[in-house]
Write a protein of this length. Sequence first.
Length: 220
Amino acid sequence: MRSEPSPWPNDWRRGVTRILAGLAKKFAIADVMTAYTNHLNHADLAVANRAMLPVWLLAYGIKIYSDFSAYSDIAIGSARLFGIPIPENFDWPYLQSNITMFWRHWHISLTSWLKDYVFIPLGGSRAKPGRVYGNILMTMLVSGIWHGAGINFVLWGLWHGVLLVIHRAWRKFRPLPENPSWWSQSAAWLTTFVAANLGWAFFCMDVHTALFFFRRLLLG
C-alpha cells in the first residue's frame, strides 16, 4: 500500500484484462464442464460406459481449476484497478512435472500458509526423514480438513500427502538429473497430471461413491 503506484491507465488496462480473462474462464470453460461433472454420482456411474468415467473426472479437474483460478483472476484484476498488486494464486499447476511443483503452483496462498503455519512449526524438513514424511502427511491432512469436514476431504488430503512423500523419497533415491530427456519429462508430467486428477474423485464425491468410481474404472 505504501509503494509508489504505477500509472493509473496501465493499472486500469491490466485490471480490466485480468477480470475479462477470469470471466472467460468461468463462463466459457468452468460452467461448460458442469454438463460432464454432473454425472459424477452413484446412479450415473452405475450405468455409464466405462470409457466415460475418466472423461467426467478430467472434466472436474478442468472445472475446479478454471473456476478457482477465474475467481483469483477477478480478484487480482479488481485490486489492480485500485493500484494494488496481489500475488498470483495459480501458475499453470497442471503443466508441472512432479507433485511438489504442482503444489507450489496450485492455490499458492493456501500452500504458503500451510508451509508457514503447519509444516515449519511441526519441524519442516529439518527433522529425520521419517519425521519429515510425517510432517508432510499432517500438513496435507490439515489441507484436506481446511476444504471440508467430510471424510472424503481427509482422504483427498492424505492422497496428496502420500504422493508428496513418495516423490520426496524417490528424489532421495534417484536425484533429478541436470539435463533430463524430453521423454522422461513428458512421463513425469503425465504421471503428475493423472495422479492429481485421480485425487479429485475424493474431493467431488463422498467416500462410498468415490470407491465405487474406482471399482468401475478398474474392474468394469
